[in-house]
Design a protein around this ligand. Structure first.
Ligand SMILES: [Zn+2]
Length: 214
C-alpha cells in the first residue's frame, strides 16, 4: 500500500498516520521527522536546510526532495509507505511522480482528511498547555480539574502562539492554498479518497481502511 496522507492542522492527521502505519504494517514517512533527524545528525542536507530556516526562509524544494529521495533508498519501503507532510506543493508532487516512475512505484491513494474550518479553529484555539510539565488540555474536551490550572502542578496554563485564532486562521489558509492544486493533481489521476475527519479517531481510521479495501 503506497499512500499519501493529507489533512489540515487540527484534523488529527498525526494520530491517523501512526495508527494506519501500524495497522497496514508500512513505515510512516513524515517530513517533520525527517527534518528533525537530519538536523539532529547534522547531515549535509540538514546543514543546508538549516542555513535557510536560520534566516527564516523556506527550505527550497530541491533540499526537501533530496531528503525524500534518500529516504526511499531504505529497504523498509518495499511493502509500502505512508507519506505525511509531502508533497506540499505541485512541484513536489511532480517530483514525487518522477521518483516513483524511476523506482517502479505505483501510488495507491492520496487520502484527504477533511474538516470544517470552524470546528478546527475551536479544536485548536481551545488547547491549553502547562509550561512546567508539558501536559495538554482542552477547555471543552479535556479541561483541567480547576479552570486554568494544571492538574499535576497547579501551574497556570497557557495558550501557545501557534494555537491563537489569528495564527490558526492563517495556517488553515496557507494549507488550503498549498493543498488545493495537489488535490486537483491527484484527482485527475483518480487517486483521491476524501474522508470526513470530524468523527472519532477510530471511526476515521475505519473509514480510511474501508476506502482502501482493507
Ligand atoms: Zn503541569
Amino acid at each position: 500500500m503506497q499512500l499519501i496522507l493529507m489533512g489540515p492542522p487540527g484534523v488529527g492527521k498525526g494520530s491517523q498516520a501512526s495508527v494506519l502505519s501500524k495497522k497496514l504494517n508500512i513505515p510512516h514517512i513524515s517530513t517533520g521527522d525527517m527534518f528533525r533527524k537530519h538536523f539532529k545528525e547534522n547531515t549535509s542536507l540538514g546543514k543546508l536546510a538549516k542555513s535557510y530556516t536560520d534566516k527564516g526562509l523556506l527550505v527550497p524544494d530541491e533540499v526537501t526532495n533530496q531528503m525524500v529521495e534518500d529516504r526511499f533508498l531504505d529497504s523498509d519501503i518495499k511493502n509500502g509507505f505512508l507519506l505525511d507532510g509531502f508533497p506540499r506543493n505541485l512541484a513536489q508532487a511532480k517530483f514525487l511522480d518522477e521518483l516513483f516512475e524511476r523506482k517502479g512505484i505505483k501510488l495507491t491513494a492520496a487520502v484527504d482528511i477533511t474538516a470544517d474550518d470552524k470546528v478546527l479553529v475551536k479544536r485548536i484555539t481551545g488547547r491549553r498547555v502547562c509550561p512546567t510539565c508539558g501536559a495538554v488540555y482542552h477547555i471543552d474536551n479535556n479541561p483541567p480539574k480547576v479552570a486554568g490550572l494544571c492538574d499535576n502542578d497547579s501551574t497556570p496554563l497557557i495558550q501557545r502562539a501557534d494555537d491563537k485564532e489569528e495564527t490558526v486562521l492563517n495556517r488553515l489558509k496557507v494549507y488550503k492554498d498549498e493543498t488545493f492544486p495537489i488535490i486537483e493533481y491527484y484527482q485527475n489521476q483518480n487517486l483521491v479518497y476524501k474522508v470526513d475527519g470530524m468523527k472519532s479517531i477510530d471511526e476515521v481510521t475505519q473509514t480510511i481502511l474501508k476506502a482502501l479495501g482493507e
